[in-house]
Design a protein around this ligand. Structure first.
Ligand code: NDP
Length: 246
């Protein structure tokens, strides 16, 4: 896949799945703008990793749960070419716990971090894409949003909402040449899953068809496909990348 001369925005683009997405786009020639919240070391490390690639990666500290953060991200990404071609909404968090014991702050934090960026970044991203009547948006959901996971009612609620949001937006902006799709990963080896109880990870993985954890670059491949010309007639879809968990 060739993304030469395309402008790509990746939220949460400096660690985990987002890092692999940023690197894969840059390896395919894109000018990537990767947003992060606070981890400067990861952002610096990504710039070093990108140095030899044919495209480029610019890292931007921007809290995309806020309108201001999203606007500064999208505006700075569009500064050079006047628009953006691809938007990947990847930033997300977990705050797991059984509902009966869940703190309201954990409910609020997950809804805010996993859903608000979708509103802000898609709104400002679509405004840029409309000028050229073309663009591709890929939103990161999770199998938790399809099949549900105990201890993740807050997370599952947001990940299900990402799928329905994307279907609605796909119908809204399809006539303007903009496609919207979703990637729903299963259990992927990142900092997020490193923080889970490892016997739980093992149990989920050993019950899957492929009997192994997924790697971030295996999710990135699906994101690039949905953003590419090869997927020109695909919109409103959810691609599950879970090694056969569900
Ligand atoms: P990580 O925890 O490894 O990385 C999260 C990234 O999001 C970091 O770059 C972080 O920045 C950034 N981020 C968090 N909050 C914000 C914010 N408010 N503004 C900007 N950036 C922010 O996550 P993963 O790579 O594991 O997950 C990526 C996506 O994939 C998430 O949406 C997740 O729900 C989804 N997913 C992951 C699965 C997995 O098994 N890992 C499975 C299914 C779905 P910083 O480095 O500064 O903290």
């Amino acid at each position: 896949m060739n993304f030469t001369d395309t402008t790509v925005v990746v939220t949460g683009g400096t660690r985990g799945i987002g890092r692999s997405v940023s690197l894969a786009f840059a390896a395919a020639g894109a000018n990537v703008h990767a947003a992060y919240l606070q981890n400067e070391a990861a952002a610096e490390d990504l710039k070093v990793a990108a140095a030899a690639l044919s495209g480029s990666i610019t890292t931007i500290r921007a809290d995309v749960t806020t309108g201001d953060g999203a606007v500064s991200l999208i505006d700075s990404a569009a500064a050079a070419s006047g628009s953006i071609d691809v938007l990947v909404n990847n930033a997300g968090i977990i705050r797991d716990g059984y509902l009966a014991m869940m703190a309201e702050s954990d409910w609020d934090a997950v809804l805010r971090t996993n859903l608000s960026p979708l509103f802000h970044c898609c709104k400002w991203g679509v405004r840029k894409m409309l000028a050229r009547r073309q663009g591709a948006i890929v939103n990161l959901s999770s199998i938790a949003g399809i099949s549900g996971t105990p201890g993740q009612t807050n997370y599952a609620a947001t990940k299900g909402a990402i799928i329905s949001f994307s279907k609605a937006l796909a119908r809204e902006v399809g006539p303007m040449g903009i496609r919207v799709n979703v990637v729903a990963p299963g259990m992927i080896a990142t900092d997020m899953t490193a923080g889970l109880k490892q016997d739980l990870v093992e149990r989920v993985v050993s019950g899957s068809a492929l009997e192994r954890i997924g790697q971030p670059d295996e999710v990135a491949a699906a994101v690039l496909f949905l953003a590419s010309r090869q997927a020109a007639y695909i919109t409103g879809q959810t691609l599950v990348v879970d090694g056969g968990i569900i």
